[in-house]
Design a protein around this ligand. Structure first.
Ligand code: PLP
Length: 373
C-alpha cells in the first residue's frame, strides 16, 4: 500500500504515540484538580503550551487547545464576528476550507456581512484584491496560509498589513502549513492562526488556535475555567502531549523534510514529463512542500482515484471532504480552471514517510492510466 494523501491526514509519529500512552493509562488525573495526582498533567499542559508557543514565536498564554482545525476556524470566525456590535463585516477568500466557508455562511445567516476574495489563476489572494474590498466596517479578514487542494502559499504578511491598516483583525487557517513551513506569528503579524495535529503527524481530534494577547473574541465554549475560560472542557492531555511531540519533531526537521518532499515532487513531475503524458500542474511553484495538484484534460479525477486505489495507491481528487463528490471543487472553480481540466484533477500529497520507490510506483500507475484516456 502506498499512501500519498498526506494533506488529508498523516501517520502518527511513533514517538508521539509512545509519549501519549502514560497519560491515558497511568497519569490520567484531571489537570484542574488541586491534589497531588493532578500535578503532573497540569505541568504537562503548561509545558505543552510553552513548546507550541516557542514553535510559532508566540506567548504560552496565546495558545488555546481545541479539537482541531474545524473548531479553531469556527472559533476565529464566529468568535470575532460576535465580539463587536459596531464593526460587523468579515472578508474571506472563495477557496478556503469548508470549516471557514461554512462558518462564514453561518454568520451571514445571522445578519453579519461576508465578502469573498477571488484568487488569481495561480491560486493566490493578492494584497491589491484585499485593498479593493476592505473598509472601515471590516472586523476580520480570514485567508488561509496554504490551500489544501492546490497547495498555494498566500502572502500572509502583506494581507495582514492591509487588514491592520483598516483596523481589522487577521486570521489565517494554517492547518496545511503548521509543521511544514516556518511560521512566526510576530513576523507575519497575524492575530489568530488555526492548526491541527493530524496534519503534522500528531493525533486526530486535537489542535490549537493562536490568539494574540488583547484580541477581542468571544469564548468558544462556556463551562469550567479551562483555557482561561475561553474554551471550557477537561483537557485532553494525552493528545496535547502527542501533538507537541509531533510538532517539535517536525519543526526541528523542517528543512530536511522540505528537501525530501521537494525532491519527491520534482521526481514525480520529471517521471511524468519524460513519459510524455499530457498534464497541467495547478497552483504554480510556490506551494506547500509535497502537495501536487495535477489535471488531465478530458479525464475523470474520480476514475483515476479508483484505478489508483485498485493498484494499492491512496491519492485524492481534491480535499478529503470532497472526495465522495464528483462536482468540481470550489477551489478549482475559484481559480477558474477550465472544466475539462478541473474534472480530471487529482491531488497527490507526499509526507515524510514516502520514498522514491513510492514516486516510481505512482508515476508508473499514472502513465498506465493516462494511456487509456
Ligand atoms: N482547514 C484546512 C485548510 C484543512 O485542510 C482541514 C482539513 O482537511 C481543516 C481546516 C479541518 O481540520 P480538522 O480535520 O482538524 O478539523
Amino acid at each position: 500500500m502506498i499512501y500519498a494523501d498526506n494533506a488529508a491526514t498523516t501517520k502518527l509519529d511513533s514517538e508521539a504515540f509512545e509519549a501519549m500512552v502514560p497519560w491515558l493509562l497511568d497519569e490520567y488525573g484531571n489537570a484542574s484538580q488541586p491534589y497531588a495526582f493532578a500535578r503532573k498533567p497540569k505541568k504537562a499542559l503548561a509545558e505543552a503550551r510553552a513548546i507550541i508557543a516557542e514553535c510559532i514565536n508566540a506567548l504560552p498564554e496565546e495558545i488555546f487547545f481545541t479539537s482541531g482545525g474545524t473548531e479553531s476556524d469556527n472559533w476565529a470566525i464566529k468568535g470575532s464576528a460576535f465580539a463587536d456590535a459596531e464593526k460587523r463585516a468579515t472578508i474571506t477568500s472563495a477557496f478556503e476550507h469548508h470549516a471557514v466557508l461554512h462558518s462564514c455562511e453561518a454568520i451571514e445567516r445571522l445578519g453579519y456581512p461576508v465578502s469573498y476574495l477571488m484568487p488569481t489563476a495561480d491560486g493566490v489572494i493578492t494584497a491589491d484584491a484585499l485593498g479593493g474590498m476592505i473598509s472601515n466596517t471590516t472586523r476580520l479578514v480570514s485567508v488561509m496560509f496554504a490551500n489544501n487542494e492546490i497547495g498555494t502559499i498566500q502572502p500572509i504578511k502583506e494581507l495582514c498589513d492591509v487588514a491592520h491598516s483598516h483596523g481589522a483583525l487577521f486570521h489565517s487557517d494554517a492547518v496545511q502549513a503548521v509543521g511544514h513551513v516556518k511560521i512566526d506569528v510576530q513576523e507575519l503579524g497575524v492575530d489568530m492562526l488555526s492548526a491541527s495535529a493530524h496534519k503534522f503527524n500528531g493525533p486526530k481530534g486535537i489542535g490549537f488556535l493562536y490568539i494574540r494577547k488583547g484580541t477581542k473574541i468571544m469564548p468558544y465554549a462556556d463551562g469550567g475555567a479551562q483555557e482561561s475560560q475561553y474554551r471550557s472542557g477537561t483537557e485532553n492531555i494525552a493528545s496535547i502531549v502527542g501533538m507537541v511531540i509531533a510538532l517539535k519533531e517536525n519543526c526541528t526537521n523542517l528543512e530536511r523534510n522540505k528537501a525530501l518532499l521537494q525532491s519527491l515532487e520534482h521526481k514525480l513531475l520529471e517521471d511524468l514529463s519524460t513519459s510524455h503524458i499530457q498534464f497541467v500542474r495547478n497552483g504554480g511553484n510556490h506551494t506547500i512542500p509535497g502537495l501536487i495538484s495535477l489535471s488531465f484534460s478530458g479525464a475523470d479525477g474520480e476514475a483515476i482515484l479508483h484505478r489508483m486505489d485498485l493498484m494499492g495507491i491512496s491519492i485524492s481528487t481534491g480535499s478529503a471532504c470532497n472526495s465522495v463528490n464528483t462536482k468540481i471543487s470550489h477551489v478549482l472553480k475559484a481559480i477558474k480552471l477550465d472544466e475539462t481540466l478541473a474534472k480530471g484533477t487529482i491531488r497527490i500529497s507526499f509526507g515524510k514517510n514516502n520514498t522514491e520507490d513510492d514516486v516510481c510506483a505512482i508515476a508508473t500507475a499514472l502513465v498506465k492510466i493516462a494511456c487509456t484516456f
